[in-house]
Design a protein around this ligand. Sequence first.
Ligand SMILES: Cc1ncc(COP(=O)(O)O)c(C=O)c1O
Length: 460
Amino acid sequence: MRDLLHATADHAADWLQSLGERAVRPDRTAPEQLALVRARGLPDGPQDPRAVIDELVADADGALLATGSPRFFGWVFGAALPASLAADWLASAWDQNAGLAAPAPAAPVFEEVAGGWLLDLLRLPADASFALVTGCQMAHVTALAAARHRVLADHGWDVGRDGLAGSPPVRVLAGEERHATLDRALHLLGIGGRAVEPLSTDDAGALRPDALASALTGARGPVIVCAQAGNVNTGAVDPLAAICDAAAEAGAWVHVDGAFGLWAAASADPERRALLAGAERAQSWATDAHKILNVPYDSGLAVVADREAHRAALAFDAGYVVGGGGDGPRDPIDYTPEFSRRARGIPVYAALRELGRSGVAELVDRFCSLAARFAAALDADPTAEVLAHGLNQTLVRFGGDDAVTDAVIDAVRRDGTAYMTATTWRGMRAMRISVCSWRTTAADVDRSVAALLGAARAAR
Ligand SMILES: Cc1ncc(COP(=O)(O)O)c(C=O)c1O
């Protein structure tokens, strides 16, 4: 076992060491990779573990996307901090089932302590409850389950006991620029698309408070308002203070999708922090540790101000599962949608210990300033047009043309220098640049800008 793990660590280190210069994109297509791996076949009998690993590495090579590359700017994927990655390996080696504190306290205690630190760093209420889940998608499900419980309970309906059939209808008010994971969370919770009322947004994609105020006029039934801190294309943050004011007046629950944007609260820059003003007055929040915090996949965080609603929505009682209770750490199982679960608090804890308070702030601010560097450099060139820039996101278009923009994205990927993803913004094709890796430096931005502008000239 020891030899196997040392050899595996060498494989991993080889990969990590190659990130600085290797092509960011994979060499093989998905169908090519499928054919290759299928051809391996299920062996008739046991294989030597070392051979399994060596073969796995050989087969993966060429089909891996170098998301830890300093020039990976696709979607909003974070890289993995050294201590966090190493702690994640240990979490697998220790193989704890991190649901209950009493039988195996290590993982639930790291989780509980890290959760408290996260509330502090994100400037959320210290007495809020939280859940470490797989990502922002499941953080929405978790937080909105609590929201659903509370808004219906406030209208005399026990959704846990009676389900949704026959309940007062729940209205969901959300910006037309909301992330698609919110809709899926609502579907999973039995709140169909018809319940969602899309509200208009401003030029940057932030919800317009006047649209919310008018939708809330005369509202009497259960209402959940979904706000956003960090539009996936533009980085725009909704006006959270105004949203919370309007919702409070109407007795509505406010849920904030802050997958990456909530981290602006941890910035050392007061102006950046001010973008999040009012966020602390919402009732629930969803964010990720695998984006800005650079914890390896998968790691999301749901936070709920109303602990009772959170527990009521997710706690359960199974005769053979005995929790700790009393003064000890809480049982994570009562706050998460999973029963058995990975010890994902361990890499989160390690990331926070590695960075410390100032390191988290520096990471947030570095990502934002490198995204601003992209915006400034591209804006200065006539072939590029910066459509929006906010937080760690920059949205840009090339040659004033959809086809040229797509060609630039494709050319830079093929060349291997950098990796950006495409989007359609206000009917136009655009390139999204998301700075989210602790490895990225100003030199990586400059090298990527040169590649983009070179590709744009060639495409025109
Ligand atoms: C604003 C926003 N919300 C939700 C998500 C979904 O996050 P996850 O992939 O962690 O579920 C994303 C992902 O990029 C996002 O940008």
